[in-house]
Structures are given as structure tokens and as C-alpha cells.
Design a binder for this molecule. Sequence first.
Ligand code: SIN
Ligand code: CO
Length: 386
Amino acid sequence: MDIVKTRFDVEAFLRDYWQRKPLLIRNPWAQWTNPLEPDELAGLACEDGVESRLVIQPGHGDWLVEQGPMAETRFSTLGGSPWTLLVQAVDHHVPDVAALLDPFRFVPNWRIDDVMVSYAADGGGVGPHFDQYDVFLIQGLGKRRWRIGGHCDEGSERLPHDDLRLLAHFDATDEWVLEPGDILYVPPGIAHDGVAVDDDCMTYSIGFRAPSRSELIAHWSDHLLDGLQEDDRYEDPGLSVQDNAGEISEDAIARLHAMISTAMLDRDAFARWFGQYNSTPKYAEADCRPEEPISSDEIGAALSEGTALLRNPASRFSFIKKTDALTLLFADGECFECTGPGIAFAETLCAQDSFVADQKLAQSDAGIALIEALFNQGSVMFDAED
Ligand code: SIN
Ligand code: CO
């Protein structure tokens, strides 16, 4: 599904709205079709390994939250209170929902988190809140009234609740009713509240991610610590006598500081680590490896026959161009050094979710070994229909 570019100017959006202010985009699709039935969403919420929540408003300002997987009978026993079901990462399970990401690829893939899908009965919603991330809220089915408020931060007062981060105060500055195909962009930190108008309200949240500084420092430091030895220590050969033995000299501080900064500021090592860290799958426990590992002969045969490769929709891919002759491919937390025909392969793999690999790659041992590794870790598969 394409967003009609004439009605949605990507350059203007990135310049004026992205990370800055909310934008309502009235049905920009050539033709909007809701990609998932409510029943299918309910079915997913009952599956193990799928993250879902049910938010119910029984009245008197109460908010109840139940975590999935849901019992199949749960939806018929909900009664008349407003409720909403939210299912994370539906793009990992439903190709037509994954396709909703395509028009938003003007933002780099490494910033994409997932597509969360909600279904709400009349009056249902998750309450006024703000998110840490950018989100495009696509109205899939039915109608939802969105109210937008001001900027919030960690200091904004919240209502006490174990599972919901509801704002204690919410003053709407804008209000719109979204109909199927309409999109609301909400930048991080902007208060918003969506309430279903009538039953059968489905909203698709194209969610992004942005690492926090503390997360980056903590994980990068952990990675560095893993590679450090106890005998890697402060050294001061040629020590000169100080006037006052009580002083920590400038020279000592310079050496100590260098011990930290040379490792922390190693940009190449950081880039390689970040690529791996950022491509770690959203659900580490989901094991997508094939039951039987594939052999290099089987890979070679499938490639020679021109069988298309498919990306696992739950996998994360990105690449970094190191030099003209070396590209680092990251897939599901692993780093692959790609040279020769592997470079074009890596870049195509990061740009397209299905394609036929070049025959040059099929004829190279390194190319076959690369695909074998990707296949056996569950990041790619061959198209069974070919
Ligand atoms: C929803 O779909 O009801 C909630 C989405 C959001 O507010 O981020
Ligand atoms: Co939100």
C-alpha cells in the first residue's frame, strides 16, 4: 500500500513535523483497505509468545489491565464496559500488516520498532498518556476521537497505576475524529488520548524507537567490560619524583583518562557494536531457526534455480558501509563482513523483504556461507512458492 506522495510531502513532513509537532494526515492512501480482521487480532492475542494487553474501564475512573495471552473465551465475557485490546508486533505475524511499514521507510529501518494493533469497543482507549517515541496512528476500521495535548516529560504528574502511565492532567489543544485511512503523527512527549467512537475501532500504531543515552552508555560499557582483562592496568614507567607525594598529577590524570577514552571513543568498534545491539530481535526468546539446518549444497541449488529469498518479518537487518570494499551486515544481533558480490547482497537484503539473489553470489563460497548462516539463524528463508 502506497501513500499518495502528491498529498503527503515527505520532505516537508521531515522538515516541519518529524520530532517536532503532531500532524493529521487525512486519508493519503490510493485506496485504504483494513489489513486485519478483528477476529484475527483476537486470535493472535490468545497465542503464546505474542505480547498483548486488555485495558478495561469498569467505571468510576478505574482502569484494569490484563496481560495476554488471553483465554479464547475472554472476549465474550467482557460485558458492557469500554475496553480495548492491544497487540504488539503484529507485523511479525501478518504480512499485510508488515506492509504498512513500507510507506514510512523514509525513516531509516533501524529506527522502526513494530506495528502495534488495537481493537476497541465503544468508548475504549488507553487513557491520556505520552510516549517516548514517535508514532504514526493509522485508523484502520471504525472511528476514533483523538485529543492532543502539550509537551510532557518524566516530571509530568501521573495517576497511580501499576500498568498504565496515565497523565494526571490533560488539556486538549486539538481534537479530531479519525476515519479509516486517516493518520495521526504524534512526536515523542506529546500528550494524546484516543477514544473509540462506536464499536469495531481498529488503530495501527507504527512505532519507532530511539535509544536513551543511559541505555547506550550502559550497554556499550558492558560490551567493553566483556573484552577487558584484569591485567590491563595503569602504568607509569619513567615516573618522576613529585614535589608533594599527596598530589594526583596532571600527568597521572591524563594517563587514567586515556585508559577510559581510548576504549569508550573507539568509533569503529562502537559502530560495529551498535549495529549488532540495534539489530537484536525484539523478542529474543522467539526461536525462528529452521528445524533442520540447511546445507551449503542446498543453498547453492536453491540459488541457482533462482528461488527468491524472504526476510523473516520478525528479524532486524541493517548495514554499515565501512569502505568501498567492505560492508558490515547486521542481522538479528550478528555481524557479517561482506565483500565482493556480498556487498550488493547485503544492501538489497536490508532494502527489500524478498528478492532473488544475484547469480554471482550463488557462485561464490563466501556468498553461500553468508546465506547459510542467515538461513540457519532464522533471519531468511526461501520462498516456498518458487
Ligand atoms: C491505541 O491504539 O489505542 C493507543 C495507541 C497510542 O496511544 O499510542
Ligand atoms: Co500513545
